[in-house]
Design a protein around this ligand. Structure first.
Ligand SMILES: Cc1cc2nc3c(=O)[nH]c(=O)nc-3n(C[C@H](O)[C@H](O)[C@H](O)COP(=O)(O)OP(=O)(O)OC[C@H]3O[C@@H](n4cnc5c(N)ncnc54)[C@H](O)[C@@H]3O)c2cc1C
Length: 300
């Protein structure tokens, strides 16, 4: 790891931080320590860093805002790559080119204020553009794949490629990125010109609905489980009398049973315990398998 640090510094490839808690890297605010976090300064520096990491067989993982990740309480002797510096946005007549590190909720708000429709669903999603493209983030029947044209990536052979949406296997909270070791660098979107006041009213309405129905006052990572077909995971969990169930510092939210929240001092193991419990109880009561929407990282 020391050699990687020297390599990055000597070649001015970006900035880095050593021994960073996953409490600051994830919205659950839980987890162990990451040995190194790297912030490449541009895409060519990213490529050089990933090349070095791969050649030296150092474990690594790209993190967006960590808003869909439960990192274990174990320390991680690898590298977390954050694309914070890739945050350029270009916009003309509804055509958007936006880099992976751009704040997704901010993008939604910016485009809405310009009177362009298609990203209203994103106003309450605390993601990066890269994380949203990876997860096919969505809400209220909208998702990013509906407005996406193509994506610039760095592939597993360290080649830059532009991929069309039709080749990205998008479906509900799913994309091809989940099966590949590709790094998302930039998204190309097309938005429709629409009535600005109507868009802003819609966004305000959705914000109110989120505040009323979701426990936004506590750290979480949004919905824990995918909704089974024609059902709500939260309703199934609630029907198992698990709303408000606590374990350590974690709680199956009293407000919304498909959220697990960190009420203060929760460990990742507390959160995982509650995930497993909800899955077990729903299986026993309804014979339904709940599938996690959230990703476990650095678990044995
Ligand atoms: C309060 C709250 C509300 C939420 N509401 C919603 C909602 O309404 N709808 C919804 O869909 N989600 C929601 N989420 C979940 C989360 O915001 C989304 O899943 C989001 O897309 C994750 O983005 P991220 O940047 O945080 O990615 P991360 O959580 O950091 O990463 C998720 C995955 O994406 C990968 N990844 C990230 N960036 C890149 C990249 N550049 N290249 C390759 N891989 C990458 C990571 O390796 C990881 O596998 C919510 C979360 C919270 C905390």
């Amino acid at each position: 790891m020391e050699k990687l640090i020297d390599f990055i510094n000597e070649n001015s490839l970006g900035s880095l931080k050593e021994n960073v808690s996953f409490k600051t890297l994830t919205t659950y605010k839980t987890g162990g320590i990451a040995r190194l976090v790297v912030f490449p300064k541009d895409v060519d520096s990213l490529k050089d860093i990933v090349k070095y990491i791969k050649e030296n067989k150092i474990p690594f993982k790209v993190f967006g805002n960590g808003s869909n990740i439960l990192a274990s309480d174990n320390d991680y002797n690898g590298v977390i790559i954050k694309l914070t510096s890739l945050s350029n946005l270009e916009f003309k007549d509804g055509k958007v080119e936006v880099e992976a590190g751009y704040n997704f909720a901010l993008l939604s708000n910016n485009m809405s204020k310009k009177g362009y429709s298609g990203l209203e669903f994103g106003c309450g999603i605390p993601a990066t553009v890269g994380g949203a493209v990876y997860m096919n983030a969505g809400a209220y029947l909208g998702d990013i794949s509906s407005v996406l044209d193509k994506v610039l990536i760095l592939d597993e052979n360290l080649e830059f490629k532009t991929l069309e949406k039709k080749d990205l296997n998008y479906s509900y909270r799913h994309s091809i990125f989940m099966e590949k070791n590709w790094i998302i660098l930039k998204a190309y979107l097309t938005l429709e010109k629409s009535d600005k006041d109507e868009i802003i009213d819609l966004i305000e309405d959705r914000k109110r609905r989120r505040i009323a129905s979701q426990p936004l006052e506590y750290p979480s990572a949004g919905s824990v489980f995918r909704n089974p077909k024609d059902m709500y995971a939260g309703k199934l969990i609630e029907n198992c009398n698990l709303k408000g169930y606590t374990h350590g510092g974690g709680e199956i939210s009293e407000k919304h049973a498909n959220f697990i929240v960190n009420k203060g001092g929760a460990t990742s193991s507390d959160i995982k315990f509650l995930m497993d419990l909800a899955q077990k109880e729903v299986k026993e009561k309804y014979n339904i398998d709940l599938h996690r929407e959230q990703e476990l990282f650095n678990w044995e």
